[in-house]
Structure formats: structure tokens, C-alpha cells
Ligand binder design. Structure first.
Ligand code: NAD
Ligand code: MG
Length: 297
């Protein structure tokens, strides 16, 4: 990739074909397949010797973070749902191709007991834990509150919000001084869409959790920050995150970004690396927006 490029044309600006998969979806069946930096991310030893757990690490933004962490020298455990095994197998190969250890931990984050098991397994198989990148998320668009089932409301909050409490609670006894926790919020946590009534509320909650936890853990020398993506081309969006009519112009039309296109997961990797590494030693309680120019404040 050239060192200077117009961001508007750096990735595809073609209309996306309409396509639907049942959630969570697998990205190896998408057209085009999201770019998670498989061919482009270059490491420079920023996370040598570090041990990371990445939820949602099979696909999309979590996969981009997992690949980058491995290329920066970290051993990486990823969590995902059993239906996503084929995407997870690819990530395992990519991590191992860097000579790093890959640990696969499939399971459902809406189950409190599983969150603890996941952390225990990551810690024991990696021989420690010092980066928690909490990227997993559930998003189902529903246009009318009258049609929003309580079951969806509960699951969205369990996966997006409760699991952060459960995971951090389980991980804290293991996290050393200098460890980093990175949550994943959204532009939806600043400027919510009318059709994401449950999801947007979880993203506001994640921002509150991140800021509050950063103050609680500062004494322990643990930093907590969040990445707030804008419209990024991932399986989340084609598996019910957007209505199908929004897919062709996603990132260009609805929602509209100043950069004029959807982002690719690869464009978020370096911020997940920065927030995990000692380069961000004076950064905690912050929300990093990567939105193609959509306003967050
Ligand atoms: P993605 O579908 O590739 O990743 C989401 C992951 O969440 C899935 O791979 C899955 O493993 C995980 N997940 C969902 N339900 C789960 C459950 N019950 N148990 C365990 N894991 C579960 O999509 P993505 O867009 O890369 O999503 C990553 C994060 O980015 C999410 O938190 C999402 O809310 C956030 N985000 C995405 C966008 C976007 O436009 N794509 C915008 C803002 C925020
Ligand atoms: Mg996935």
C-alpha cells in the first residue's frame, strides 16, 4: 500500500451487493470479504511478549485487532460463537503464521459462567493475560419499538454490556500493572439511529462503563479505553445489523460519512494496538472515534 493515498478511494467505493446471513454470520461468505489487514498489517514489535484475549476475534474489527496483535508479537486467544468456527480457523492460522500462540475459545458471552471459563482458559493457555480487547457485539435493527422482543433486548444487553462486567471481574485477579482493557463502543453511543433502540443504548452504556472503570483501575496501573467505530463493512451489518435496503450504500448513503464510503476493519487495527501498547501510557478513560468523519462528542 502506498504511503500516501486519498482516503476516499483507499478501499472499495463500489455498491455492496445485498446479502443476508443469519446472525452472527461468517465473513468468509461475504461479498466482498471484509479487509482485516491480512495482506497489509505490518508489525514492529510493539507488543512483544504480551498476552491478549480478543472477543469477537474471528471476524471484522476483532479479527483485525487479533491479526495486528500477533504481528506486533503478542500471543492471542480469541472468542467467538461456535457457528463462526470457519472464520476462527483462518485467524488461528494467521496468528500461527507469525510464530505466535493462538488459543480458540468458542462460546456464548450472554452466559455469565462462560465469561469466567473463557478468562480462565485464556489465562492458563497463554500463561498470563495483559490485554483485554472486548470487541464482540450484537446488533439487530428493528424499526418500531412495538416489534422489539424482550428476548432481543435482554441478549443485546447481555452480550454488549453485561459480558464486559463479567469478563473484567474474572480477569482482574490476573491482570498485571501495565495491563490494558479496550472496549468497543460506536458512533451509535453518540448519535443513535432510530432503528437501533436497544443496541445504541448498550453503546452509551459501554462508554459510561469505560470511563468509570478507567477511574477505578487507575490506582492499579491498568488503563481502560474504548474504540468507537463508524460504519464498517462486517458480518454484523449483513446479518440484521442494517435493513437490507441500506446495504448497497452502507457508509455512503445510510449512514452517510464525510469520507464517502464504509470503513474496513483493517482501518481500526492500529488504534487497538496503540491502546494496548505502552505508547498510550498516559491515555485512559478515552473514546477513540474511527468514523469516516461522522461527528462524535
Ligand atoms: P463482526 O460480526 O465481525 O463481529 C462481531 C462478533 O461478535 C462476532 O464475530 C461474534 O463472534 C461476536 N458475538 C456476537 N454475539 C456473541 C455472543 N452471544 N457470544 C460471543 N460472541 C458473540 O462485526 P464487527 O462489526 O466487527 O463488530 C465488532 C464490534 O464493533 C461490535 O461490538 C460492534 O458493535 C462494533 N461496531 C461495529 C460497527 C460496524 O459498522 N461494523 C460500528 C460500530 C461499532
Ligand atoms: Mg464473526
Amino acid at each position: 500500500m502506498a504511503n500516501i493515498q486519498n482516503p476516499r478511494t483507499q478501499y472499495t467505493t463500489e455498491e455492496f451487493p445485498k446479502q443476508y446471513q443469519e446472525a452472527p454470520g461468517v465473513q468468509n461468505q461475504m461479498t466482498p470479504v471484509p479487509d482485516c489487514g491480512e495482506k497489509t498489517y505490518k508489525g514492529s514489535g510493539k507488543l512483544e511478549g504480551r498476552k491478549a484475549l480478543v472477543t469477537g476475534g474471528d471476524s471484522g474489527i476483532g479479527r483485525a485487532a487479533a491479526i495486528a496483535y500477533a504481528r506486533e508479537g503478542a500471543d492471542v486467544a480469541i472468542n467467538y460463537l461456535p457457528a463462526e468456527q470457519s472464520d476462527a480457523d483462518e485467524v488461528k492460522q494467521l496468528i500461527e503464521a507469525e510464530g505466535r500462540k493462538a488459543v480458540l475459545i468458542p462460546g456464548d458471552l450472554s452466559d455469565e459462567a462462560f465469561n469466567k471459563e473463557m478468562v480462565e482458559k485464556a489465562n492458563s493457555e497463554l500463561g498470563g493475560l495483559d490485554i483485554l480487547a472486548l470487541v464482540a457485539g450484537k446488533q439487530q435493527a428493528v424499526k418500531d419499538i412495538a416489534d422489539l422482543p424482550t428476548e432481543q433486548l435482554e441478549k443485546t444487553f447481555q452480550v454488549n454490556v453485561y459480558s464486559m462486567y463479567w469478563t473484567v471481574k474474572a480477569a482482574l485477579p490476573y491482570l498485571p500493572e501495565g495491563a490494558s482493557i479496550i472496549t468497543t463502543s460506536s458512533v451509535e453511543g453518540f448519535d443513535p439511529s432510530p432503528m437501533l433502540l436497544d443496541y445504541s443504548a448498550t453503546k452509551f452504556a459501554i462508554i459510561g462503563f469505560t470511563k468509570s472503570l478507567s477511574k477505578q483501575l487507575a490506582d492499579k496501573g491498568i488503563r481502560v479505553n474504548s474504540v468507537a467505530p463508524g460504519p464498517i463493512w462486517t458480518a454484523l451489518q449483513i446479518s440484521g445489523g442494517q435493513p437490507q435496503e441500506n446495504i448497497p450504500e452502507f457508509g455512503k448513503g445510510t449512514p452517510e460519512t464525510p469520507i464517502g464510503r464504509a470503513g474496513q476493519p483493517a482501518e481500526l487495527a492500529s488504534v487497538y494496538v496503540f491502546l494496548a501498547s505502552i505508547e498510550s501510557s498516559y491515555v485512559t478513560g478515552q473514546i477513540y472515534s474511527i468514523t469516516g468523519g461522522m461527528t462524535t462528542a
